[in-house]
Design a protein around this ligand. Sequence first.
Ligand SMILES: Cc1cc2nc3c(=O)[nH]c(=O)nc-3n(C[C@H](O)[C@H](O)[C@H](O)COP(=O)(O)O)c2cc1C
Length: 192
Amino acid sequence: MTIKILGIIGSVRPLSRTGAMVRLVNWNLKERGVESSTWSLRERPLPIMDPDLRAHPERITDPNVREFMAQAALADGFVLGTPVFHWSFSGVLKNAIDHLSSEVLSQKAFGLLSHGGRQSTQPLADLANVVEGCGGIVIPTRIATDDSHLDLDAEGRVTGMRDRDLADRIDRFCGDLIRFAAIGYALRLDAA
Ligand SMILES: Cc1cc2nc3c(=O)[nH]c(=O)nc-3n(C[C@H](O)[C@H](O)[C@H](O)COP(=O)(O)O)c2cc1C
């Protein structure tokens, strides 16, 4: 099987550092043969989730919502990337998660990463709580960075890592994600 991973960039800033990190992980996953893609909530914004529409997905007409739901349904795992906002993860990321049902999220692997003004694991703990509540499998390796860890070019791409351990951590993160996505796939097959 080919593992499918959807990376979600939970920042709408044009040169988002969270986005740079999600894209770096995406590249690493592709190198390992994963069918990996990213969803930028700046480039493809999602409207505020409407519970009445969510209860009737056949009535959803917004093309971004329809495409996002379709990609998420096919994914075996997710990378959730968030900026640190007021000690937690971003509202746009929560809104994106709220568009998805527990059926789509459960028994799938989730890699969590945050980028803040200051390095913080608090958004990751909060995200883990949400993901596990929806039946998702949070991978053990998590990534929390701030500007002191990264060098970026004018287009906002990561050109270097100032933290020696970060490259190793990204490798472990990608390895975990692939392993846990495969475990989730087997669990879903078993339940079918
Ligand atoms: C509304 C808001 C709240 C923020 N709260 C925090 C915070 O609690 N802790 C922190 O370290 N940085 C905080 N920041 C700074 C961002 O985490 C930082 O600018 C980060 O680089 C944004 O990620 P991005 O480049 O992906 O947009 C906040 C920024 C904004 C706009």
